[in-house]
Design a protein around this ligand. Sequence first.
Ligand SMILES: [Zn+2]
Ligand SMILES: [Zn+2]
Length: 377
Amino acid sequence: MRGHDMLRALNLAGINDSGCRMREYVGNLHMHTTTSDGHGTHDDVANAAIRAGLDFIVVTDHNTLPTEFEGYYYRGFQRVLRIIGEEVHDVERVPERSHLLIYGTEEDLSAYADRPQVLLREVRKREGLSFLAHPRDCGVPRFDQPELSWGDWEVEGYTGIEIWNFMTSFKCLLRSRAHAAFYGLFPSRIRRGPEKSLLERWDRLLGSGKRIVAIGNADAHALPVQLGPLRRTIFPYEWLFKAVNTHVLLDEPLSGEASEDRMRLLAAVGGGRCFVGYDLPASTRGFMFSAHAEHGNAIMGDRLRYRLGATLQVSTPQIAKIRIIREGRVVREWPATQHGVHSIGEPGAYRVEAALRRTGAAAIPWIYSNPIYVEHG
Ligand SMILES: [Zn+2]
Ligand SMILES: [Zn+2]
């Protein structure tokens, strides 16, 4: 096998140019504790994350940044890296809109909440990351749940968007009390993926030449609710941490040193070296989307230059319906496969969606990759 072919074959298995296997770390980057409107403490969420098998979490309480909780949290020999971010929004705004997730800044920026563009600039100044939270949300007036969509699409300079917020998926299904009781009692029946209009907007932004990173999260609060005669916590932290997560790819394993690991994970998220996986119906660990050209290889988030042509490769941990999408257009679809290879000759932002096939039922939304930015020249 020639060196170049060998690299291609290795990369299919998620192995980087220096011959090391890419390391995959699973995290959840949107949750609330008793520091704001969640019902568990910082230690409760860390313990739940360990039980759920997560490698890291980012706690994002509203308009506050209690960094004293940051670092590795241990339970016996198990650990989870706890990163502290925040979810900033203008509490005076009516109707309430435009929640922004902020990671990697050392100070609370909620003083800028009423000026979204200034807020984004302040995040950048501190080399932080910013993600539009639940940008396409559903309001449920009968349960006093306001619609919390993003309301300031003219702003520039954000890192990305939260394409899948599990609480939005739930809210958008609540057409009646019966629906609320059903999905509250049987949450695994929630099979609503990212909102279609949001994916369309993401594709339009990518088509305009922007780099927009996608993440997917729980937005966990562990709220106790009354369901008829039952009072129970709907969506406990541990359950939600087994649902929609962001899987991050690193060249080297985490070191165990909290500030270094935090920096590397956030850099990979900011660079789009990650994908969104719905791990409840089946684990999405092991998914890979890569691209290969004459002089290089790329994974999600990367740029790849080609002269004659490039090849895209997808592999999923289970047989799935796989689609490659270029800026809103499906360029290749496999109804049921685990590995796909597709040659391209057109530049653009290519991303992958995979759905689980279930006989006699609609496909379950499962994996949403970040794009590979393919350039000619
Ligand atoms: Zn929010
Ligand atoms: Zn939130």
